[in-house]
Design a protein. Structure first.
Length: 156
């Protein structure tokens, strides 16, 4: 039986990434034609690490930055989100081991400034960390957002 990999181990695997390829046919209806960059997990983590205290980014901003970096039309929406989740998990593992300088994953939001329930500690942990940095967090229906998040997004 295989031993489950830690998020830190997953973060360090490059699997021949990044890779720029034509946008697959099944994705063209949504994303159009052109090229797609599939980033490496470490690239996503590096961008997330650059977000300073009090500032924010979204997965879509990270995808755009990756596309620009690699000369692609878009950044892959699936792998970018998945790798952000792995970076968050690796940061939580580091924090549990007492490390102070971890990837500030709570500053990376979903589109429209929504908090990510899949991050370690869920919405409550992300909310607490964001409020501690001065952000106002609001609930709309069953979803949670940073109010006026656009005013805090840093250019990547």
């Amino acid at each position: 039986m295989h031993e489950k990999k830690t998020n830190r181990e997953k973060l360090m695997e490059s699997k021949d990434l990044p890779l720029v390829e034509e946008i697959p046919k099944k994705m063209r209806k949504t994303w159009g034609s052109g090229t797609l960059v599939i980033p490496s997990p470490r690239e996503v983590d590096e961008i997330m690490r650059k977000i300073p205290k009090g500032k924010l980014t979204t997965i879509n901003h990270i995808r755009s930055a990756l596309a620009r970096k690699h000369g692609a039309t878009i950044g892959c929406p699936i792998t970018t989100g998945l790798f952000a989740r792995i970076a968050a998990g690796a940061a939580a593992e580091d924090e549990a081991e007492g490390r102070k300088r971890i990837t500030p994953f709570w500053r990376t939001l979903k589109s429209q400034g929504e908090l990510n329930p899949k991050y370690p500690g869920g919405i409550q942990d992300q909310r607490g960390r964001l409020e501690a940095e001065g952000h106002k967090v609001i609930t709309r229906g069953k979803r949670t957002f940073v109010e006026d998040y656009e005013n805090f997004v840093v250019e990547l």
